[in-house]
Design a protein around this ligand. Structure first.
Ligand code: MRU
Length: 348
């Protein structure tokens, strides 16, 4: 079975999303028709994963332009400014959200009239969507060059089709390795508190018949010490210019466990996730989410009522723990400040 977490329906100006909060129990699609509803879907994690958030936001901007029939460029730009503001406020850490909104903003700020603006925004949103598909495939191609014939992965969170438009980044590499005929095994940590590994990554790998095992987050060091693990591979929400990488909470622990066990730790990252304006990981804003993500599972309390919590949704893995950052332009290695810039400049 193949599925798309995000689909644009031009005829009805609708963004169709799989409601990821309900997976794996139920595959339910939501049809959204306003930028405010797209922002809500990003905030409540109906749609999640850095690349998917960026693509959803781009279509939210397009919706705003297409739902207003005015010929006044001024009025249209007022609406777009408001849609842009609402979408930007939805989640802070994934730079892809701001990257996609900046691209859309560049287009509407340059447009000469209302009709030209709508057409140009439509072209840009669909280009951002198509670029994500191509970039993910290229990441997998570069990763395959360094993978042995028999390969065991350790993976965190969900970075597959659900987190992107089609293949995915880190989970896409795992799926591509399987489809290339390699003998693949993947340990998927469950990824507390929202369980994207157990709920979403396992759901995806089961669709594609990829051998895997869900393990609890606390098992990573033990598994790396006692089982054959060739590499850990994760996605990311923002990579600073020096290679420090923000990703789902627990990534840093995994990188430390990998380091102590001699397991290379790789990050799969579209160039759009590399934020050259952010000097180091210390400058990345870390989202904090609601206490209920910790105190409840599927709406059932697992902690005393009113128990205090602290719920950072992401952490920063220092660049010294990263063996390589696999992008669509090739694999960057330490020192990352130079290698990432080289990949960007060689391909711009
Ligand atoms: O909070 P989430 O589920 O949006 O976090 C997702 C991750 O941390 C992913 O690893 C990251 O966005 C990369 S997805 C290709």
């Amino acid at each position: 079975m193949s599925f798309r977490a995000i689909e644009w329906l031009q005829e009805t100006n609708t963004l169709r999303l799989i409601d990821q909060k309900r997976l794996p129990e139920e595959i339910r699609y939501l049809d959204l028709t306003t930028p405010a509803s797209v922002a809500d879907a990003i905030r409540d994690m109906t749609v999640r994963g850095a690349p998917a958030i960026g693509v959803a936001a781009a279509f939210g901007i397009l919706q705003s332009a297409q739902s207003n029939a005015t010929e006044s460029l001024e009025l249209l730009k007022q609406d777009l400014t408001e849609a842009d503001r609402v979408l930007r406020a939805s989640r802070p850490t994934a730079v892809n959200l701001f990257w996609a909104l900046d691209r859309m903003k560049g287009v509407w700020q340059a447009a000469g009239n209302a009709e030209e603006l709508r057409l140009a925004l439509r072209a840009e949103a669909t280009a951002i969507e198509a670029q994500d598909v191509a970039v993910n495939r290229a990441i997998s191609e570069h990763a395959l060059k360094i993978l042995p014939q028999e390969v065991t992965f350790f993976h965190h969170c969900n970075t597959g089709s659900l987190a992107t438009v089609e293949l995915g980044t880190a989970l896409g590499v795992i799926r591509s390795a399987h489809e290339s005929g390699r003998k693949v095994m993947a340990y998927l940590d469950e990824t507390r508190p929202r369980l994207q590994g157990a709920k979403l990554s396992s759901f995806e790998l089961m669709q594609f018949g990829v051998p895997h095992a869900i393990v609890v987050d606390g098992a990573s060091a033990h598994i790396m010490r006692t089982q054959k693990v060739d590499l850990a591979i994760v996605g990311c929400d923002r990579v600073a210019a020096n290679g420090d990488t923000a990703n789902k909470i627990g990534t840093y622990n995994l990188a430390l466990a990998a380091q102590d066990n001699g397991v290379p730790f790789y990050v799969a990252a579209p160039m759009s996730t590399i934020d050259f304006d952010t000097v180091s990981g210390d400058d990345i804003e870390i989202e904090e989410r609601d206490a209920s993500e910790i105190t409840e599972i599927n709406g059932i309390a697992i902690a005393p009522e009113g128990a205090p919590t602290f719920n950072p949704a992401f952490d920063v893995t220092p660049n010294r723990l990263i063996a390589g950052i696999i992008t669509e332009h090739g694999i960057a290695r330490a020192p990352f400040a130079e290698s990432l810039m080289r990949l960007r400049d060689r391909n711009s």
